[in-house]
Write a protein that binds this ligand. Structure first.
Ligand code: SF4
Ligand code: SF4
Length: 330
């Protein structure tokens, strides 16, 4: 089936009727996934948003429960479930792969994060394949086809003036059945997406096994500012902190994004900090992306979106690091 691009706007209008549909858009100067509606102009020509879509499943700040103490001194806890039916429309294949990583973290190994699970169940993912790459994109090197997102409910392959529409899950098939009046029969040729930035992951995971004390980390960490930008823009980073606001007899417990690049992240109550210096924190971030996650879940925690490459204020570039690791004799 084919969706002509001129039918995108009426299709979105119909989808947003009674549901929250999030589209790539520039809001207050920031490219992110924003709720489609008045004042939000979809920007499907953006190669990638600055802010990743992870907050649809793992909000930057999320209430977990509130509590109060009644006149008898008894405590009461009230849980929150603020999840609702959501659609992310126009998510790129690299960001869809990042959801596979987050699914592993929040839903597997014998532990299910209920907040994430509730939001994930109610999220419909419509991915748009890439017809062009930014100069910082390297998803192909990380094993991703920029025109395919196998875990999306619906895949829209960019064919120039139209999209090939491919329903990939039961949820996707049910949704596409509702799109009938916007679709035509047929199949077009997807536009090839040329990526100039390439890295080789050959041997990198294994080499890192023997590189924990390698001088590469010191050289790399010298210029890092520990600003945390790379972790906030990364679609797969998922560190969080849990805190509370107390107001005498009631309060709210919430979680919010944190960053392993901050020294306080690993500071313990007794004063010990296992990652006191930049070197340990920078090493941990890149080892987690390229080795630890691979060992635990069998996949890289970097999807090659290029956001950290573009946004790091001191040009600390994961692609150059991958090249350097590949060139070592470790
Ligand atoms: S964005 Fe760059 S400078 Fe900031 S914490 Fe990350 S690597 Fe360090
Ligand atoms: S590490 Fe950088 S390039 Fe890799 S997924 Fe995160 S932001 Fe994207």
């Amino acid at each position: 089936m084919i969706l002509a691009k001129q039918n995108l706007a009426p299709l979105l209008e119909s989808m947003a009727n009674g549901r929250d549909v999030f589209v790539p858009a520039v809001v207050d100067g920031v490219a992110k996934f924003a709720r489609y509606g008045e004042g939000v102009e979809p920007a499907f020509d953006l190669v990638n948003t600055t802010m990743p879509p992870k907050d649809l499943l793992f909000p930057q700040t999320q209430k977990m429960y509130h509590y109060d103490v009644d006149a008898n001194g008894s405590y009461h806890i009230y849980e929150y479930d603020e999840s609702c039916e959501q659609v992310v429309f126009g998510i790129r294949p690299c960001d869809m792969r990042s959801i596979v990583c987050l699914d592993e973290v929040f839903l597997t190994k014998g532990f299910v994060d209920e907040f994430y699970a509730n939001a994930r169940e109610k999220l419909l993912c419509v991915s748009i394949g890439c017809a062009q790459a930014a100069e910082t994109c390297f998803c192909e090197s990380m094993g991703i086809d920029p025109q395919l997102a196998p875990n999306a409910d619906i895949m829209l392959q960019d064919c120039g003036d139209a999209f090939n529409v491919i329903a990939q899950t039961e949820k996707g098939e049910a949704e596409v059945a509702r799109w009938e009046s916007y679709l035509e029969q047929g199949e077009a040729q997807p536009v090839a997406c040329d990526q100039s930035l390439k890295v080789s992951m050959d041997g990198v995971v294994d080499k890192l096994e023997g590189m924990y004390d390698h001088p590469i980390w010191e050289n790399l960490s010298i210029k890092c500012l520990n600003c945390g930008t790379c972790t906030y823009v990364c679609p797969t980073c998922h560190c969080f902190d849990i805190s509370q606001e107390n107001r005498r007899k009631d309060g709210v417990r919430f979680r919010c994004w944190d960053s392993c690049m901050f020294s306080e992240y690993t500071a313990m109550a007794g004063g010990h900090n296992p990652r006191p210096e930049k070197l340990e924190r920078v090493r941990n971030r890149f080892m987690h992306k390229l080795n630890f996650f691979e060992r635990r879940y069998g996949m890289s925690l970097c999807v090659g979106c290029g956001r950290c490459v573009e946004k790091c204020p001191v040009a600390l570039d994961i692609t150059r690091l991958i090249d350097e690791i590949g060139a070592t004799n470790a």
